[in-house]
Design a binder for this molecule. Sequence first.
Ligand SMILES: Cc1cc2nc3c(=O)[nH]c(=O)nc-3n(C[C@H](O)[C@H](O)[C@H](O)COP(=O)(O)OP(=O)(O)OC[C@H]3O[C@@H](n4cnc5c(N)ncnc54)[C@H](O)[C@@H]3O)c2cc1C
Length: 518
Amino acid sequence: MPSLVWFKRDLRRHDHEPLARAARDAGGAAALYAIEPDWLASPEFDPQHLRFALQSLAELRARLQPRGLPLHVRHGAMPALLDTLHAELGFDTLLSHQETGPGWSYARDLAVAAWCRARGVRWVEIPQHGVVRRLKSRSGWAARWQQRMDAAEAERPAGWRPLGAMPDAALPTLQQLGLPPDTRDGQPGGERAALQTLASFLTERGHDYRRALSSPLSAMDGCSRLSPHLAFGSLSLRRAHQATEARIAEAQVLGERGWAYALRGFAGRLRWHCHFMQKLEDEPAIEFRAFAPVYDGLRPGDLEPLGSSEQARLQAWCDGRTGWPMVDACMRSLRATGWLNFRMRAMLCSVASYPLWLHWRPTGLFLARQFLDFEAGIHWSQMQMQSGTTGINTLRIYSPTKQARDQDPDGVFIRRWVPELAAVPLDYLPTPWLMPLAIQQRVGCLIDRDYPAPLVDEAQATRAAKQAMAGLRGTAPAREQADAVQQRHGSRKSGLPPSPKPRRAKSVPVPVQQGELF
Ligand SMILES: Cc1cc2nc3c(=O)[nH]c(=O)nc-3n(C[C@H](O)[C@H](O)[C@H](O)COP(=O)(O)OP(=O)(O)OC[C@H]3O[C@@H](n4cnc5c(N)ncnc54)[C@H](O)[C@@H]3O)c2cc1C
């Protein structure tokens, strides 16, 4: 039975069940990656995303074609591309991983399913992480996650019987696709980079993970930096999980208590990945509507377009010109690198949603374009959580001044990303608007000329936001909806799925090796 492997967000060779099954097909196999116009036109898309995908695909093609699997990378809509390839190759099975993505990809999957039915092609969709399709209840979800992640990786085929000729045309460039260049200093794509990043985190960088993850200064190296690889699938979550558990066991045997403690914190985050994606899988509408409908219409922008004052606040926030140095430094750093640590993402969202009172949808779309690791299920769940619209989470309001003092006590991060403030004395760096005029003149930084004053009075605006939230949260419909959201989406232990108790290792397991695939 000839088969076609459809690469989606699984751009790797390791732990890839569709590739393993295709290798067993006596009728031969080919593979496709579609650069879809709907993706390029979607409001979450940024050229950095395609740059990362193309780097991953170039590496994949170089690995797969010499082993007999033609990899077609084509620009076009699905299922029209399938139609063309079907006429060229005559496959009767389509093999892919399941995808939990934004609305456009969900609509495309429905169209592909209809096409398969009409053409008599069997579409086999295989789960690739802990997200469960057609989940009836959250009870028992964590145990299922554990079972899947502990299962053996998909077999790694030695080769394939080629279906059709090997495409030799170069991969399209951003320019050929009519896109602007990716000018960010972002992480490189590809499986090799993914495995090296995993190995360096587990053996060199991860020792202080729990301490490093809060500050944008230490998090750059101290966090795993695996998120784009998990989002594009150049690393399988199962590989990340199993390598982490093996390293924890090794650390216990070797008496490396610091390592074991750090990596247990990290192992828990890998569960969060699927816990949050499961919410979008179960309720695709959360991309557009509040988890608890009572919050729809709370902030401007739901029912009518943003007004001019909201537009101005949104623009200043996007530009990194809010007048709060920590916010502006984080936004500018994110725009330059495509990455930011969790706490600072939460702060950006909190500032936008509370004192600036902006709707989470336009701010979330902007952030989606900045994040190389954009993952719809995590992103929209987090945007809503940090904006108070899930109904079930305690309100988390981050003060940009406190975050500056806690996470950048020496002002290194702010001075690096907001050079207008380079000469401002440390005492005034988190709050430059409080600088006496004489100091402003002495250091050459006049507020409102060289650097903006805060867009709003933070304390006053936050108080008003809290009052608006409290007024709604206390109502009967809000309480009823919160119960329903908890029932449908909440983890069954307080907060999030639990980390398993570390298993005692009898012998020293072999940790992941750098570049072991190549
Ligand atoms: C408003 C907002 C939007 C976000 N949008 C995204 C997004 O689009 N894509 C994305 O991958 N993460 C998102 N996150 C979660 C988190 O900030 C990133 O996963 C993390 O910063 C990525 O860096 P890392 O891989 O070094 O993380 P590490 O701390 O090393 O964590 C390892 C992995 O665990 C998972 N993880 C970590 N934290 C979380 C979390 N809070 N929720 C769910 N999974 C988590 C991710 O897969 C991550 O790659 C968002 C957070 C916020 C507050």
